[in-house]
Each structure stands twice: as C-alpha cells, then as structure tokens.
Design a protein around this ligand. Structure first.
Ligand SMILES: Cc1cc2nc3c(=O)[nH]c(=O)nc-3n(C[C@H](O)[C@H](O)[C@H](O)COP(=O)(O)O)c2cc1C
Length: 339
C-alpha cells in the first residue's frame, strides 16, 4: 500500500491510543514488526502555543520510523501551523483526528464534531494540505447516525482536498465502544474513493484481520485494543496474511518485552512517572497467566525501577520453573490456574 509517496508493506498498523501509544509502547510494536505506528492524539493548540508537555509527545526515534503523528483541533490556521510543527519534527505522516467523541474534545469542534461540520472539515483539510508536504491522512468514525452517510461525505471531501489515505472505525460518534463495528461501511467507503482505506475496529485475532480485508477490500488494517499487552499481534497478522501459522512468543521474549517497556518508559518519562505507569501496565502482558494476579498486586507497591526489575525477574523465574517442573511454590505463589 502507498500512502502518498510512502510505501507501507504488510499493511497492519498500530492505532493511535491516547495515553498508550507514546514512544515506549510504539517501540514494542515496532519490535514486533509493525510496519507503521501512530502517536496518540496531540493537541494542535498545545503545539502552537508551545506547551512543553504537548511538545514532548513529538519525541521520536529513528528506530520507530515510519511514524504517523495524529493531531486534533478545529481551527484551520492553528491546525495548519501545528501540522507544520509535526512535519518539522520528522514525522512521516500527519493524521487528523475526525473520530474522538470525548466531550472535552467535541466541545471545541474537534474530533467527531468535524464530521458534522463539513465546511469546517474542508477548511481544515485544505489549510493543512497547503502547510505540509508529507502524506496527510484522516481517521474517522462512521458519523453521527448508523447510516455511514457522513463517513462517505467526509471521505469524498478528504480525497478532493488531497488527503492520501483514510482510516475508518465504523462506530458512530455516540456509540463509544458499544455494539459492533459495522465493517460494511468500510466496504462502502472503499468503493467510493481511490485513495487507500484503512479498516479499523474489533480486530482481536489475526483471523479477524484476514476477515476484515476479505469482507471490506480495505488496503490495510489498523489494530488498537488487541495490541495492548500483546504487541506480537502485528507479527501474527503479517504471518497469517502470508499464509504462515502465527509465530509463537516464548516466555523469555515476553519478559524481555516487559523489561524493555519498563526501561524505555523510565528513559522517556523519568523513573517516578514510569513506575506509577508500570503498576498497572505490566499486568497487561501477563493476563491470564499463572500467578499474574499476585504479580499485579505486588506491582501496586513499587516505586523504583530496581523494584520492578526484581519483580519481573522473580516472576519470570517462577514461570520458567513452573514449565520446567510443573510443581511449584514461590514467593509469588504461582499456583493458580486463573487470575
Ligand atoms: C484507550 C484508547 C485510546 C484511544 N485514543 C485514540 C486517539 O488518540 N486517537 C484516535 O484516533 N483514536 C483513539 N482511539 C480509538 C482507536 O484508535 C481505535 O479506533 C478503536 O480502539 C477501535 O479499534 P480496535 O477495535 O482495534 O481497538 C482510542 C481507543 C482507546 C481504547
């Protein structure tokens, strides 16, 4: 698939996830062969008015490229200025959020609110298109009612404004994550435009990815929730797209990944913030494994990188010895079958 001038092979993409797809998480996805990663949504106002916290969200490493950076906002000139800042930061794609339905964002006319105001949407897209040379994409929902008519309208407008690809999460703005994503709208949008269409919503297994491509004819799939705690979903999907069996992940690899996430989070956020984040996040990776609830409980008390390393190491050894001997007692009490 080509997004503007950018060739993306094995088209499976990490979705933007606010609070999650910061640099440390994107590196995990990249390590699991994800060909394109997306930043979390970044406020255009924050970039233009030089907020230190917002600007930090643009930090990136060559290792994770190509990188798509998503911005949200509704003022055409601010969005254009923010887009230029993103381009100057070295991002490979600029994505505009047309899908967020959080009240705070809607109140400013941003996110899904842009799907209601087609004139504003067009003005934003034209202004941003003029201000950058990197590929421009949008990510939207199906609209404000179930018909998908708004998605079709916005897709046409986007294409005519020089947008290079469209991602569609076919739930309505009021639907949140309830019900099911209506993949038939992806198929409709795909039929209506020439630019690539990226399908998103409810891909939980590699087989779902295959089904979405088959049913909608989309050019690529994007995965969000299923990648949380399971970045290997990307290599699994790529394998299955090729007709190979999904690659298995060893216990060693799992713990390497948790350690990498800890270390790069400490580097990126600093030890205090990273450790607070790790208290809940490392639990994502071991969901359902023996002793995971005890590990999670122990994690709530940590405050230093060394303590986390200790817990990871102990849990790793416990699991390895479980698989080696199949009988076990440990400080982590790994004797559960479920957690
Ligand atoms: C925690 C969380 C944060 C999200 N943040 C963003 C965001 O910043 N920008 C965006 O366009 N979509 C965001 N989304 C929506 C996802 O990108 C994606 O469209 C949605 O989760 C459906 O895909 P999935 O079924 O693969 O999870 C977020 C979703 C979740 C669960």
């Amino acid at each position: 698939m080509k997004i503007g001038t950018l060739q993306i092979d094995n088209a499976v993409i990490l979705a933007p996830l606010a609070g999650i797809t910061s640099l440390p998480f994107r590196l995990l996805a990249k390590e699991a062969s994800c060909p394109l990663v997306c930043s979390e949504m970044i406020s255009a106002n924050g970039l233009v008015y030089n907020s230190t916290k917002t600007k930090k969200m643009l930090e990136s490493l060559p290792l994770e490229k190509p990188l798509s950076v998503q911005i949200f906002g509704s003022d055409p000139s601010i969005m254009a200025e923010a887009a230029a800042i993103v381009e100057a930061s070295g991002a490979n794609i600029l994505d505009i959020n047309f899908g967020c339905s959080v009240k705070k964002v809607l109140k400013t006319g941003s996110g899904s609110a842009l799907m209601k105001d087609t004139q504003k949407a067009e003005a934003v897209l034209k202004a941003v298109r003029k201000s950058i040379t990197i590929p421009l994409t949008i990510k939207m929902r199906s609209g404000w009612d179930k018909s998908g008519t708004q998605a079709l309208k916005i897709a046409k407008i986007a294409e005519s404004c020089g947008v290079d690809a469209i991602t569609l999460h076919p739930r309505t703005a009021t639907q949140g994550f309830g019900g099911k994503a209506d993949w038939s709208i992806i198929q409709e949008v795909k039929k209506s435009v020439v630019i690539p269409v990226i399908g998103n919503g409810d891909i939980f297994t590699p087989e779902d990815a295959v089904q979405m491509k088959k049913k909608t004819n989309c050019d690529a799939v994007m995965i969000g929730r299923a990648a949380i705690g399971n970045p290997w979903i990307f290599s699994h999907v790529i394998a299955v797209f090729r007709g190979d069996p999904p690659v298995s992940v060893s216990t060693e690899k799992l713990f390497e990944c948790m350690t990498q996430y800890l270390n790069s989070s400490v580097e990126y956020f600093g030890e205090e913030i990273a450790c607070k984040m790790m208290r809940s996040r490392l639990g994502w990776f071991i969901k359902g494994m023996p002793g995971s609830s005890h590990f999670r409980k122990s994690m709530t008390r940590i405050s230093t990188q060394a303590q986390v390393m200790d817990l990871i190491e102990t849990y790793r050894n416990d699991l390895l010895s479980i698989s080696a001997s199949n009988k076990y007692t440990s400080p982590l009490k790994i004797n559960e079958t479920k957690s």
